[in-house]
Ligand binder design. Sequence first.
Ligand code: G3P
Length: 218
Amino acid sequence: MIFINFKAYREAFGRNALELAKIAENVADRSGIYIAVAVNYLDLPLIARNVSIDVFAQHVDAVEFGSFTGSVNAEMLKEYGARGSLINHSERRLTLADIDFCVNKLRALGMNSIVCTNNVSTTSAVSALKPDFVAVEPPELIGSGIAVSKAKPEIVENAVVSAKRICKDVKVLCGAGITNHEDYVRALDLGADGVLLASGIVKAKDQKKALEELAGLL
Ligand code: G3P
């Protein structure tokens, strides 16, 4: 499984976002690999209407409908076609209570939760909330081009073991610095179900080629 987080990169915003989502759809079709994208709120409705792959939000607020200025809740995301949301990304941390709220809310709506963590202990803690996915990402490697699966394999391995010990159905992703097919295969070899990545694809000179390589098509 490959999840591409578009973050707030210019290369993955507006028209660029739709183009990249279409590339992801095309590579998913040809490789048979599950590929999903996590896009910003403004682009989400258009992208969700125009691709067949799953589209996630990058964040969801732990609120219901009501007087919550500037907030976007899970119902709103569902209405506009999101499959689910990232929660607690290292660039958008939440309290444990808010993570719990969001996981439960998404589950109740039939949507998927991907909770990001920074190490093995937080991965264990969050697994107790029974999200669909936990994504372990050491912050110091994010955007570095140094793959967590190569630089810190023990984090991936231990995160998988401890997450599944607590919740056997949780899927474990790893992220930070994942760029190429070798990084991806290494993550799977360590027991991860997939990867969550951003800059390796979004910032690539040729996004299509980079994703084809990541997916093992080249
Ligand atoms: O959400 C993915 C992420 O934080 C990893 O970023 O640029 O290291 O792939 P990157």
